[in-house]
Design a protein around this ligand. Structure first.
Ligand code: ATP
Ligand code: MG
Length: 399
């Protein structure tokens, strides 16, 4: 509730009080970062077409004309860093410094001095004073990555900075006044940390005048083809090769995948594919780990009782999915041929595909091909790399 009120005030500020302040710039591709043209992907790639990302774009536009503190939240690899850079590049501060502090990367004992600097004599060995990151960001933007890992002392100083724009160096007494926009980044929900007593509630209210939530890739599946195309071109360019095509079916399977590492994972996968050019590489990643190993492993949670029957059923279903995907791929996504190859009825294959959510992704016109090619038309079982135990060998038996 309080957050909503703050957000409302902030919007009013950005949009304009009684129409006086109307500094809401639509994003344009002529952004500059530290004085130079910013090397961002095109905006239609960054924001795609999903409403959640269009809201992100709108919020970046809204905050760009003001200095309000921004909190960027989202899972790993969703683009929080990228958006922090966009907020800076789009603001009037874009020619000045963009300083990022990765809070967990700095040992707790050094965090305060690193961020706020220290005065001569502040501690043994401090023979001269040193500017901290906050001072380096004067006139620009200070990004606090994983802000939740700030300790109590650093949180208190940050609160002061957000309240009146001043801070004191460690060992100092005189407040130093600076002008910096603070962008905080969090991978987790900071309210949980407030509840656990490790993050100050008053600081949370200060840092999130505007919160921008980056959505996980699995909630913007429609944008995956666009991103795949973008990364293919980028990596082909950097390797000086021509972009390797990815079949429509494989892209559709990628759209069905959960992407725990989000856009970074997709980016890395397409980078590898751009070099290697084998769609099996993609398929082996977008099918879950439990299904990838040559051995069936029993990954079980021993903290509570479980049903052996259910676990075995899930494992069998996962293994079947892996096998079906590989055989489909090897047979050019033709379901008739796949069913023959797997020695199951066509109807049974459709049922299984439906069960594991693959069916809807396949082309209807492939069904018309009912002619079984000569055995040489198939890839060998070995090349499919499915050498699991007896069950799967049974499934792979030649029709
Ligand atoms: N919307 C996007 N469009 C294109 N590329 C993106 C997008 N979001 C992220 N990327 C790319 O994905 C990679 C990861 O992005 P970024 O570092 O911003 O994620 P992050 O949320 O900060 O991750 P982490 O929490 O692990 O630090 C980068 O290479 C970035 O350029
Ligand atoms: Mg990051």
């Amino acid at each position: 509730m309080v957050i909503d009120v703050l957000l409302h005030c902030c919007r009013t500020l950005a949009i304009g009080d009684a129409g006086k302040m109307t500094y809401v710039r639509p994003l344009s591709s002529s952004l500059r970062f530290g004085g130079a043209p910013a090397p961002f992907p095109p905006f239609d790639v960054i924001f795609g077409t999903t409403q959640a990302m269009l809201d992100v774009r709108r919020r970046i536009e809204l905050v760009s004309g003001s200095d309000v503190p921004v909190l960027l939240q989202g899972e790993s690899g969703t683009g929080k860093d990228l958006c922090a850079q966009l907020v800076h590049a789009f603001s009037a501060r874009h020619r000045n410094s963009f300083i990022k502090v990765s809070c967990p990367a700095i040992p707790h004992s050094l965090l305060e001095t690193e961020i706020f600097g220290y005065e001569k004599g502040a501690f043994t060995g401090a023979n001269a004073g040193k500017r901290g990151r906050v001072e380096q960001a004067d006139g620009g933007t200070l990004v606090l990555d994983e802000v939740g890992s700030l300790d109590v002392a650093a949180q208190a100083k940050l609160l002061q900075l957000l309240q009146d724009g001043t801070f004191t160096r460690v060992g100092g007494h005189d407040p130093i006044s600076i002008s910096t926009r603070i962008i905080s980044i969090a991978n987790n929900d900071l309210r949980d940390q407030v509840a656990a007593g490790t993050f100050r509630l008053d600081l949370l209210y200060r840092i999130n005048a505007v919160t921008i939530n980056l959505v996980p890739l699995r909630r913007r599946r429609a944008d995956i083809p666009l991103l795949v195309d973008h990364f293919s071109k980028v990596h082909a360019g950097s390797f000086r090769v021509s972009p390797k095509p990815i079949s429509k079916e494989v892209v559709q399977i990628m759209q069905a995948y959960e992407w725990p590492g989000n856009i970074r994972q997709l980016d890395n996968l397409i980078r590898s594919y751009s070099l290697i050019g084998d769609e099996d590489l993609i398929l082996s990643e977008v099918t879950p780990r439990s299904m990838r190993s040559d051995q069936v492993t029993a990954e079980i949670d021993l903290s509570k009782p479980f049903s052996l029957k259910q676990i075995t059923k899930n494992a069998t279903r996962d293994l079947e999915k892996q096998i079906i995907l590989k055989v489909l791929h090897a047979n050019g996504w033709n379901r008739q041929k796949t069913a023959k190859w797997l020695d199951i009825s066509y109807r049974s294959l459709l049922y299984k595909l439906n069960e594991v959510g693959i069916h809807e992704h396949l082309d209807e016109d492939q069904e018309s091909d009912s002619v079984l090619p000569s055995p040489d038309g198939f890839r060998s079982v070995e090349s499919l790399d499915i050498n699991t135990q007896a069950n799967s060998t049974q499934l792979l038996r030649r029709p």
